[in-house]
Write a protein that binds this ligand. Structure first.
Ligand code: C2E
Ligand code: CA
Ligand code: CA
Length: 741
């Protein structure tokens, strides 16, 4: 998905770059066209101006000559040659002519300065001037210095008849400023030619004889050729053409002048256009570059943001904020790869800090956090690159480590424990951490979460240990857990379906063998396993609290039996019911009991409550309270399993038991161990001295019975007298009223 979107992104980038490129090319084309048009119109305007200036200048000179001519005519017939010459000299100076002269019809010549002219030239000027009224020549060589000059003349008349000509020699430099095309940055120039192509005036001396011959060597833009150009000139057309020669490309503007069929040709090299365009080019280039740079920056920014947000996402999704270690999600994600990298030689380890909550409570969260950060640091130092670890919850860390054999692994864990204990203590607080490890040796290809469950199971065991806080997962543990789970899954239904039944085991009088009472013992009739003994399920019920309901159920069964026996006319015996230690903490215990017993109207003295010794010992005060209340209600109370745990004689002194049941453990090894006799004798005599009735449990043999009878025990309960019996069988015993032995 990500890859596709990245490709799309690249595609978009290419398209955008192409569009920008095409845009710039189009823009460039447009700019060039506009520029060319602009330059052409500039060339046209400048050359047009030069042409009209040139025309004006010539006409101006003409007028000047004409006004001088009026004065000259006034001095006709020019007898005072000195005066005329002096006048001509003055006018020459005033009007910047090179020379002024008068040619008379009579062939006399008056000049502003001494010079000898070819008579043919003079005759020719006179004749043309008289013929046309005025005359403007092409270039002539000044006889005085050989330099090019322009000859301009007007006719001199007397009473309407021509009497001579006034002529002036003009230096070509006079026209130069007009031909320089200064508006074009001195890059262009103009020429004045005749229609034949012969040069009249040139800004720079072009050194050619005929303009068309020069032009024939050039390459023309468009459809124009040297021939069509010559024709156009001959027709007096006004036009512009582009030509390319060895000096590059230039524009030529042909403008017909009002004088002598002359043409002004203005030329401007295209380099001027290019020069003009250069700053526009730069501008465009900078514009393009800016757009491109912005575009690239945008792309870079987008990519950068993408990478950044990916990183952020990764951090949020896969990094534990407190320690900077991987989090559980990351572990899940990389587990398979890491496991494959270790070639299956791996162990999944869970460890947590014992009583971490206490660290938080005692030293504050800040310290707690510091400890966790240090733990993560120690793990980072100890976990190889091919291994991995994560912090899964508050103080729980999961590690996937290389595993070869138990011994090596255990020593690695021991070293790690030592380092953790050393490095994770916080300097200014006397805080020593204690860790427990649960290890699952990866042996089969099972899902990660199952491995995790197994390591957890091992951790539970490790936490229970006092010394060896590193426990390996054991299949038997799992089976036990599974069995427990099955028990939990079926217990509710079993209670509803009446799968729990009561067995009764008689308590018989040692003195005469008569049955004095019975103990109710629960049995679970499970479909696949048959009758199940309480040791297999009572511990589970004690853990999950279900025992509270089961005990009440058994009590009700017992009470119902007692009520039924009464109806059947049997002489009932008191029945002892076992109550779990959990009842002691339950305020509803006694009220519930009363409700059940009173429902069947059974006398309270027919019920005996059996409480195990350890329960009482754990909370003496509460036990005392409950026992006192039971007594007040008329129930008798027995201490069960006396001698199995940490019995304290103090307990016997403080609590008012009606009877004490010697644990069957007292009798184990009875035959081989002479000390057992002494211990029993001592215990019995001590209890008897307190005036409490003694019941011996687990009596299996004649010897045991004889011995116990001899020591002074009151009642016996055991296989020797009777096994626990179903209610129906027990009733047959009741009928006989007494035990068989
Ligand atoms: P307990 O209260 O000490 O019960 C006596 C246990 O000893 C019974 O085992 C009984 O079958 C067994 N027993 C009796 N005579 C002999 C003998 O001569 N030799 C040997 N080896 N054993 C003998 P059971 O029925 O398996 O009960 C085990 C324990 O389960 C009981 O020990 C009691 O603590 C608990 N329990 C049984 N029923 C209930 C109940 O309804 N509620 C509660 N809370 N606990 C119960
Ligand atoms: Ca018992
Ligand atoms: Ca017992």
């Amino acid at each position: 998905m990500q890859r596709i979107s990245f490709r799309l992104f690249i595609f978009f980038f290419m398209v955008a770059a192409a569009v920008i490129g095409a845009g710039v090319a189009l823009y460039w084309q447009q700019v060039s066209d506009i520029l060319e048009r602009d330059v052409k119109s500039h060339v046209a305007a400048a050359s047009e101006e030069a042409a009209s200036d040139f025309n004006r200048l010539i006409q101006n000179d003409q007028q000047v000559l004409e006004s001088i001519a009026i004065t000259v005519e006034d001095t006709y017939p020019w007898t005072d040659s000195a005066k005329l010459t002096e006048f001509l000299q003055r006018q020459t100076r005033h009007n910047y002519f090179k020379l002024l002269g008068v040619i008379t019809e009579g062939g006399n010549v008056f000049l502003s300065s001494e010079r000898s002219f070819n008579p043919v030239f003079l005759t020719d000027v006179l004749a043309r001037t008289i013929e046309e009224g005025h005359y403007l020549s092409v270039r002539q060589a000044d006889p005085a210095d050989g330099k090019d000059v322009l000859v301009q003349s007007v006719v001199l008349t007397q009473q309407g008849k021509p009497v001579g000509a006034l002529f002036a020699l003009q230096e070509p430099q006079r026209y130069r400023p007009l031909l320089a095309l200064s508006a074009m940055g001195n890059r262009g120039y103009s020429l004045v030619i005749e229609r034949s192509g012969a040069p009249v005036l040139g800004y720079r001396s072009p050194g050619f004889e005929n303009a068309f011959e020069e032009l024939a060597a050039l390459e023309f833009d468009g459809e124009m050729s040297a021939d069509s150009l010559r024709t156009a000139v001959q027709q007096g057309k006004h036009f512009m053409v582009g030509v390319r020669g060895k000096n590059g490309h230039r524009f030529l503007h042909f403008i017909p002048l009002q004088i002598n069929d002359w043409y002004m040709v203005s030329a401007l090299p295209t380099t001027y256009v290019e020069h003009q365009a250069q700053h526009l080019t730069w501008l465009s280039f900078i514009l393009f570059l800016s757009v491109f740079v912005i575009f690239c920056a945008l792309i870079f920014y987008i990519l950068h943001m993408r990478a950044y947000s990916n990183r952020q996402l990764f951090t949020t999704a896969f990094v534990d904020q407190l320690t900077g270690a991987d989090n559980f999600n990351r572990m899940c994600e990389q587990f398979a790869d890491k496991l494959a990298g270790l070639h299956g030689e791996a162990a999944l380890v869970i460890f947590d800090i014992n009583k971490f909550k206490v660290i938080n409570d005692l030293h504050g969260y800040e310290r707690g956090n510091q400890v966790l950060q240090r733990v993560a640091r120690v793990l980072r130092e100890n976990v190889a690159p091919e291994e991995c670890f994560c912090r899964s919850t508050a103080d729980t860390f999961i590690l996937l480590l290389k595993y070869t054999d138990r011994k090596t692994f255990r020593s690695r864990i021991n070293a790690l424990t030592t380092q953790l204990r050393r490095d994770c203590t916080v300097a200014d607080s006397c805080l020593m951490i204690d860790v427990a490890f649960g290890v699952y040796e990866v042996k089969e290809n099972i899902p990660f979460y199952i491995m995790l469950d197994r390591a957890h199971l091992a951790l539970e065991n490790a936490k229970k240990m006092s010394f060896d806080k590193c426990q390996f997962y054991d299949e038997a543990d799992r089976k036990r857990i599974v069995a427990e789970k099955q028990i939990e899954n079926t217990m509710e239904a079993a209670l509803d379906h009446g799968d729990f039944t009561v067995y009764l085991q008689p308590k018989c009088d040692f003195a005469n063998g008569q049955m004095r009472g019975a103990e109710a013992l629960v049995r679970w009739n499970r479909l696949e396993q048959g009758l199940v003994k309480p040791d297999d399920f009572i511990p589970v019920f004690e853990k999950n609290g279900f025992i509270l309901r089961l005990d009440m159920f058994i009590l009700e069964e017992v009470v119902r039996l007692l009520a039924a026996w009464k109806v059947k006319g049997f002489v009932p015996v008191p029945v002892a019911v076992n109550f779990s230690r959990l009842h002691l903490n339950d305020t509803r215990y006694i009220p519930q009991m009363l409700r059940v017993v009173d429902k069947y109207d059974v006398p309270h003295n027919m019920i005996e409550v059996e409480l195990t010794e350890s329960v009482i010992f754990n909370n003496l005060e509460r036990a005392q309270n409950v026992i006192n209340r039971l007594h007040r209600m008329g129930f008798s109370v027995a201490m069960d399993d006396f001698g199995s745990g940490y019995s304290s004689l103090n307990v016997l002194k403080s609590l008012q038991f009606d009877s004490i049941k010697l644990d069957k453990e007292f009798l184990s090894g009875f035959d081989q161990n002479p000390h057992a006799h002494k211990v029993i004798e001592g215990a019995v005599s001590m209890i008897k001295s307190l005036g409490i009735k003694i019941v011996a449990e687990g009596v299996e043999t004649q010897e045991q019975a004889d011995f116990l009878r001899a020591t002074g025990c009151d009642l016996a309960q055991g296989y020797f007298f009777s096994r626990p019996l179903p209610a129906a069988q027990f009733e047959t015993l009741l009928r006989k009223v007494g035990c068989d032995r």
